[in-house]
Design a protein around this ligand. Structure first.
Ligand SMILES: [Zn+2]
Length: 414
């Protein structure tokens, strides 16, 4: 067909006539503003971008993202809306050797960017801004996230959300004494988000439809529950963290548990420790527009390197304090990192949307009999005997593992 003068106007239908599918985004995810990547133009080389994407972030390398992120010689083209190619591609230009790299835009500071320390300083964390995220919620809210159970008669209920807050408060005290500025994403047993399960029913229905799932009343109830206790709560904490605290690093505190029948909780065999950093994205995750965008921000800010160094240091002191064996992922959702058997990469909501280096802790199986006994003992001074060994209280031990690692790390690196 010959081109005519008014070709452009005839060929492109009016915007209203084009049917644009609902974007594919994570639960309660925000639509990305792709122009936010403008700050990172010409800041990363093709080699480094490809390395981080293939070896740290995408689970199965190139086939996972080829139609979503196209790596060309001088640029990466990133599809803006995965289910609507007409939305166009974001054009990220690579740095070439002739251009000198500036520090990419970010709020967090690496240890080398902090003031140096006096020799033998008693405040090795001076000036370091640390956010602590006590995982889950406690109190009457425990019913929404299934991280609570009782084993045995006349025992205290195990509640992960309250245990993580206990560790967070010890850490806040101890890290402050060492000079750090510490902020907690939650300092009580109540949610940070203002959403509630009842207010999320419509969102849950829309989410299920968007995923081509039948919005049955059971599915809506289940989705709304997860939206409240996980998505909305973590996103509210991430707004606080990214907009107000803007820390140099974040510590996400959790306790682990072995699978068991929640209707009949019982002791389980293994007890172990692992730490997580962000990475190991599946094809389905990279397909989500917001998740793809957040992954790219982490790549462009070079968060990975700082996360590995920091977690590597803390994993050693955690192992020493807790005396726990390492945990192994046998499936595909965890990727081993740095030849360290305690350190794994996983894409979780908190370690993706907290836009700074995040160390995510998963020590102690709460349904292991020894951990359970130590939880029953609560906080105490000094040492007590468990199975023939004298131990600190479990919360102080957890906190000491982290504190010692941070002290070692910052003494070495700044
Ligand atoms: Zn947890």
């Amino acid at each position: 067909m010959a081109l005519v003068a008014n070709f452009a106007f005839d060929a492109i239908p009016l915007e209203a006539e084009v049917e644009v599918p609902n974007p594919f985004i994570a639960r309660l995810g925000k639509l990305p503003d792709w122009s936010d990547l403008d700050d990172y133009q010409y800041t990363i080389t093709r080699e480094e971008f490809t390395y981080l994407l293939n070896h740290c972030y995408a689970r199965n390398q190139e086939e996972e993202y080829r139609d979503l992120i196209r790596i060309e010689q001088d640029r990466a083209l990133i599809l803006k809306q995965s289910n609507h190619p007409a939305s166009g591609w974001y054009d990220l230009r690579f740095r070439t050797d002739s251009l000198i790299s500036a520090t990419p835009k970010r709020y967090w500071r690496a240890p080398t960017e902090l003031d140096g320390l006096q020799p033998n300083s008693t405040r090795p964390l001076k000036g370091v801004c640390i956010a602590i995220d006590p995982g889950h919620i406690g109190g009457r809210w425990v019913i929404w996230d299934d991280r609570h159970f009782t084993i045995g008669k006349d025992t205290i209920e195990v509640r992960e959300g309250e245990m993580t807050l206990t560790v967070a408060r010890i850490l806040q005290r101890d890290l402050s004494l060492l000079g750090a500025t510490v902020a907690l994403t939650r300092n009580g047993n109540h949610p940070v988000t203002e959403d509630r399960v009842e207010t999320l029913q419509e969102e849950a229905r829309a989410y299920l439809r968007n995923r081509n799932k039948v919005p049955s009343s059971g599915a809506i109830a289940k989705t709304a529950k997860a939206m409240f206790a996980i998505s909305s709560e973590i996103r509210a904490r991430s707004d606080l963290l990214n907009e107000e605290f803007q820390p140099d690093l974040a510590l996400c505190l959790h306790f682990n548990a072995s699978p068991m029948n929640m209707r009949r909780p019982s002791f389980q065999g293994p007890n172990h420790l692992h730490l997580l950093i962000n990475g190991c994205y599946s094809r389905g995750e990279i397909e989500e527009d917001d998740t793809r965008f957040e992954m790219l921000l982490r790549i462009l800010q070079r968060i990975y390197y700082e996360e590995v160094r920091l977690s590597d240091a803390i994993s050693r002191t955690m192992k020493f304090e807790t005396r726990l064996p390492s945990f192994s992922y046998d499936g595909t959702n965890g990727m081993s990192v740095n030849n360290n058997d305690i350190l794994w990469a996983r894409n979780l909501l908190a370690n993706r949307v907290f836009m700074c280096p995040v160390v995510f802790f998963e020590p102690y199986c709460m349904n292991h009999h020894e951990v359970h006994a130590r939880v029953q003992a609560g906080e105490y001074r000094g040492l007590r005997e468990f199975n023939g060994t004298y131990r600190k209280n479990i919360y102080q031990e957890y906190a000491d593992g982290i504190t010692a690692g941070l002290v070692n790390y910052f003494r070495h690196r700044r």
